[in-house]
Write a protein that binds this ligand. Structure first.
Ligand SMILES: C[S@@+](CC[C@H](N)C(=O)[O-])C[C@H]1O[C@@H](n2cnc3c(N)ncnc32)[C@H](O)[C@@H]1O
Length: 327
């Protein structure tokens, strides 16, 4: 077998070219099917063992492709992908009980019940976990340890290079323009995002609202230098906002919440802000939204769909993303 490929961009792409040519020559000279994604394309590598050079080229091509991906991603992103896969696995274990069982239960659900796209309790999760509760109520009432792990996973996914890197939060909004306002971080989990904003905005205060469990964990983990500017407030966002009028200007911040819920529940979450809103109040929605099919390259589209489909409360089979344009 040939030496390892030159691990540079040019070296690896040259190796891909050489190996692909050997494979293509072999298939065309022997009248074999070309590699393709066509429905009628080969279901496996079409070259028989009697052409070992094509099999060696295939191994070299796979190795070069793998190295090329790692090279182009760079070490931080490559390592983060490995970590993110582990975290996604942990996430699916926490909120789905067992991802495979959940997937299998879709079929049960479809045969047993009419699809109700507007109900977060009409999904494989309820069947898999034998509950009538939504994912988050189930964590809160039945599995507090899972709630804690879910919160940790959310903050880990927001670390630098993570799929929800919190750097975007700082880059995408001029937080300094809010002066001394209080941010009410609705569904803020253990407060990981408020903490990032707080470190960059020393004049702002934060009210982090979530179930009691993440609130307690967040309070416990809060660095002492932030204590005077933070309050962890257990609050259920399907109930009306409490009176926050003694906090000065309050800006409501809703990050990665609405994608978890069918539209009519999103409307309830937003309506429940109304009692605390004044003329000119700001509501910041920070969300992942899918572009129309075909509008971006396939890799980006796939990433968005992956995030969307892992949404824990919207586990029914539905496509609400186009509707999000109303936001
Ligand atoms: C996907 S996580 C987003 C957390 C955080 N905002 C972030 O950006 O990482 C959804 C959060 O919504 C919270 N949540 C779900 N239902 C809730 C409810 N009814 N009231 C308050 N928080 C809720 C969950 O506990 C969880 O922390």
């Amino acid at each position: 077998m040939e030496a390892a490929p030159d691990p540079t961009l040019q070296g690896l792409t040259a190796r891909l070219d050489e190996s692909s040519k050997i494979i293509s020559d072999c298939t065309s000279q022997n009248g074999l099917l070309e590699l393709s994604f066509d429905a009628n394309g080969p279901a496996q590598f079409p070259v028989p063992p009697s052409s070992p050079e094509a099999h060696i080229a295939r191994l070299q091509l796979l190795e070069a492709a793998k190295l090329l991906e790692r090279l182009v991603r760079g070490p931080i992103e490559a390592a983060n992908r490995i970590a993110a896969n582990a975290v996604w696995h942990a996430l699916s274990k926490t909120h789905i009980a067992d991802a495979d069982e959940q997937a299998a239960r879709y079929t049960d659900q479809l045969s047993a019940h009419p699809i109700d796209n507007e109900e977060p309790t009409s999904s494989g999760f309820q069947l898999a976990n034998k509950t009538d509760l939504t994912v988050f109520d189930y964590f809160d009432e039945v599995k507090p340890k899972r709630a804690e792990r879910f919160g940790l996973a959310m903050s880990s996914l927001s670390l630098p290079g993570g799929i929800f890197d919190s750097a975007h939060v700082l880059r995408s909004f001029d937080w300094a323009s809010l002066g001394t306002a209080t941010v009410a971080d609705v569904g803020g989990g253990q407060g990981h995002i408020s903490r990032v904003i707080a470190e960059a905005s020393p004049n702002m205060s934060f009210v982090v609202q979530d179930y009691a469990n993440p609130s307690a964990v967040g309070e416990e983990a809060l660095p002492t230098n932030l204590c005077s500017r933070f309050e962890f407030m257990p609050h259920h966002f399907f109930t009306a906002q409490p009176d926050l009028s003694n906090r000065g200007e309050v800006v409501f911040y809703i990050r990665l919440i609405l994608h978890d819920w069918p539209n009519k529940y999103c409307i309830r979450i937003l309506r429940n802000l109304i009692p605390a809103l004044k003329n000119g109040s700001k509501v910041l929605v920070n969300e992942s939204i899918l572009p129309p099919v075909g509008a971006v390259n396939r890799a980006l589209e796939k990433l968005g769909k992956y995030v969307r489909s892992s949404s824990p409360a919207v586990q029914t089979i539905q496509d609400v993303d186009a509707d999000w344009l109303w936001l």
